[in-house]
Design a protein around this ligand. Structure first.
Ligand SMILES: Nc1ncnc2c1ncn2[C@@H]1O[C@H](COP(=O)(O)OP(=O)(O)OP(=O)(O)O)[C@@H](O)[C@H]1O
Ligand SMILES: [Mg+2]
Length: 414
């Protein structure tokens, strides 16, 4: 007997990318050579660093602006330029020490900075040293180093928790005579607008000697950025003419973030590739935009507290069963049943009212106001402000609520 061999019905990988020439160019960690639309900010940076180039004391610089507006990439670019050019400087040697402060306390960031001056085998750990000890180690390293200037670059300083002591100590290291043989400066980068206001007065006055603001990009600026990247990223003739302007226009209205714009263009390309299409169309951009928005909404739903998730889920079930606008009482009745089913303690109707208001503020719910007639008073009616499928999808990833059937209906629970 001869066994017939069937080719397996599994997808095969082939190197056949008609859409992308080099998709890495659209990824967040790719560093472009030029930064269109940031000429003014780069010039401001250069001016602020001029004293260092001249051998004088650095000015401390606070860089701020919305997420995705090029703060990190522009800073890296400035550091690279200065590192390249300093070979020509006489009597000036600048060392940059750059860390990202995300998820670090002020104390842990101090430990990281000390370790930047040490071999891995000699690193200190984040426990067992007093803060004064960590600071003293840092001052010693600064004193001993050969460089004439050390510039600390602390990215995402708004996530430094605990206190802002480090942001005071570093800019003041020379003035407070902690370090005398090396000129010390700080560049602090933040995307949180309230952060500056909340800094203590002493930090504000020392860190924010110079401030450089990165505004959200407008449509023309995003077009320039996307064009520059897409020439390298996509094969010739793949992008329909309207793709870049449409992406730029949509993102400019929304966030003005280059990261966002690049992400959407990249997704539009992958959607076209998955469809085996030879061109990226405006329709692909719209699909990509929806996918990004839906992803963000799902992330937000996943991040809600369980009680709020149960409330929004209840409204979704009521809406899906045909009751489009529901009162807080109706919501509370079904919510209690869902609580019982999931083993969560049910809250009072009044607490639920607060949750509903918060969900409305976040855009998850829409509310309409109804006059109750002559008796006076008002009644609020709620409906979902987002697609019910997004809520179901998001809750599928929430272990505690996963078991609530996606097809729950009122009749099952009343
Ligand atoms: N002017 C520009 N030209 C080319 N690419 C840019 C420009 N501005 C930003 N980008 C790109 O957009 C993405 C986001 O930029 P970057 O990481 O610098 O933003 P950010 O302001 O630091 O954001 P966050 O506050 O979230 O850290 C990166 O991929 C970066 O290369
Ligand atoms: Mg950044």
């Amino acid at each position: 007997m001869v066994l017939e061999l069937h080719s397996p019905a599994v997808p095969t990988f082939t190197q056949d990318d008609r859409i992308f020439r080099d998709e890495n160019v659209l990824q967040d960690d790719y560093t472009p050579k030029d930064l269109p639309a940031r000429e003014d900010e780069l010039e401001a940076y250069t001016n602020s660093l001029q004293p260092v180039v001249n051998g004088a004391s650095p000015r401390n610089i606070f860089v701020y602006g919305e997420t995705g507006t090029g703060k990190t990439v522009a800073t890296n670019r400035i550091i690279d330029d200065l590192n390249r050019d300093q070979k020509n400087f006489e009597d000036v040697e600048i060392k940059f020490v750059k860390i990202n402060c995300k998820d670090l306390t002020s104390y842990q960031a101090g430990v990281h900075l000390v370790n930047e001056f040490r071999e891995p085998s000699n690193h200190i750990n984040s426990t067992g040293h007093s803060r004064a000890d960590v600071n003293n180690k840092l001052w010693t390293h600064l004193e001993e180093i050969d460089a004439t200037h050390v510039l600390f670059v602390l990215d995402e300083i708004d996530s430094l928790s605990e206190d802002d002591d480090l942001l005071y100590q570093i800019p003041r290291a020379n003035a407070n005579a902690k370090v005398e043989g090396t000129k010390v400066g700080l560049i602090g980068i933040s995307n949180n607008f309230t952060f500056r206001q909340n800094l203590s007065a002493r930090v504000q006055s020392s860190l924010c000697e110079d401030e450089i603001h990165f505004a959200p990009y407008d449509a023309n600026q995003l077009t320039a950025i996307l064009k520059q990247r897409s020439e390298k990223a996509f094969s010739d003739g793949v992008l329909e003419e309207g793709v870049v302007p449409l992406t730029a226009g949509l993102v400019a209205q929304d966030t003005g973030s280059a990261r966002n714009a690049l992400d959407i263009l990249y997704r539009a390309g992958t959607i076209a590739r998955n469809e085996n299409n030879d061109v990226v169309t405006e329709n692909h951009v719209r699909q990509a935009m929806d996918a990004v928005e839906n992803g963000l909404i799902k992330d937000e739903i996943r991040a809600l507290p369980t009680q709020a998730q149960l409330v929004i889920y209840t409204v979704a079930v009521l809406n899906q069963s045909g009751q489009n606008q529901v009162t807080k009482k109706e919501i509370h009745r079904l919510y209690k049943k869902f609580c019982k089913r999931t083993g969560v303690n049910a809250k009072s109707q009044r607490t639920i009212h607060n949750k509903l208001s918060k969900l409305q503020l976040k855009g998850f719910l829409n509310v309409t106001e109804e006059n109750k007639g002559r008796g006076g008073g008002k009644r609020y009616k709620y409906e979902l402000g987002v697609d019910a499928d997004l809520i179901n999808d998001a809750l599928q990833d929430t272990p505690r609520l996963r078991d609530l059937s996606t097809n729950s209906t009122i009749s099952q629970f009343s």
